[in-house]
Design a protein around this ligand. Structure first.
Ligand code: 13P
Length: 261
């Protein structure tokens, strides 16, 4: 069975004091959870302090972006070795907000995934269609192109730890979640694509997260779907109660799945 992941993307929220408070509350509430991989992604300015607080805890740290060169005259950018040095184990790459507002493309995503893996960190590569693309019946085609483009040129062994997050753009921050069936359809397609591009083994071990208006009251129905291995949570990760609820519900469900299997 794939270990579920619940990751909180804090986006551009929280100053350092607020981030420390939230991380501390989360850390204290989930210390005894062993069957969910827990990750939080504060902004760059908070990674150092939060990272220090998370040392030797079961809460992992992610950055929300990276640059693909390891150093150089790239004003304003942050490299993978720098991100690693503050305790991050993961990097969110190609979030739709970065694609939309900062012109990221499948090609830049590909370079960042390479830099992330070369630097020893785990990429959480985001894909997802816009409302317009969904309504034009292009969802599967768009997501396929994003997965293929993001992973172009990598072999299976290289992608051992890859995490993919499917986040339909129209469901992000809108309160309009994809139905579990809509999400499952795309997750199953991504898994089938991984099998076609790599192997059955690779497709069965890769974790695929769903993101887009995930809340404590809908996580259970989403997590019941066969190909959904966790959530990338935006708004609901900014308060410890809701985020911890999502983690606990996921852990309970996973424990139950284990007994059923
Ligand atoms: P919301 O949970 O706020 O819809 O955001 C999802 C997201 O973009 C996570 O990366």
């Amino acid at each position: 069975m794939r270990t579920p992941i619940i990751a909180g993307n804090w986006k551009m929220y929280k100053n350092v004091a607020e981030a420390m408070d939230l991380a501390n509350e989360i850390k204290r509430s989930v210390f005894d959870i062993t069957n969910v991989e827990i990750v939080i992604a504060p902004s760059f300015t908070n990674l150092g302090d939060v990272g220090e607080m998370l040392i030797e805890t079961n809460v992992g740290l992610a950055s929300q972006n990276c640059y693909w060169e390891s150093e150089g005259a790239f004003t304003g950018e942050v490299s993978v070795p720098m991100i690693k040095s503050v305790g991050c184990g993961y990097i969110i790459i190609g979030h739709s907000e970065r694609r939309k507002y900062f012109s990221e493309t499948n090609e830049t995503v590909n370079k960042k995934v390479r830099a992330c893996i070369d630097g020893g960190l785990i990429p959480i590569m985001c894909v997802g269609e816009t409302l317009e693309e969904r309504e034009a019946g292009k969802t599967l085609e768009i997501v396929k192109t994003q997965v293929e483009g993001g992973l172009a040129g990598f072999d299976e062994k290289y992608l051992e730890k890859l995490i993919i997050a499917y986040e339909p753009v129209w469901a992000i921050g809108t309160g309009r979640t994809a139905t579990p069936e809509q999400a499952q359809e795309v997750h199953a397609m991504i898994r089938a694509l991984l099998k076609e591009l790599y192997s059955e083994e690779m497709s069965s071990v890769t974790r695929i997260l769903y993101g887009g208006s995930v809340k404590p009251d809908n996580i259970e129905s989403i997590m019941r779907e066969e190909d959904i291995d966790g959530g990338l949570i935006g708004g609901a990760s900014l308060k410890s109660d809701g985020f911890v609820d999502i983690i606990k519900t996921t852990g309970d469900l996973y424990a139950k799945k284990g007994t059923d299997a």
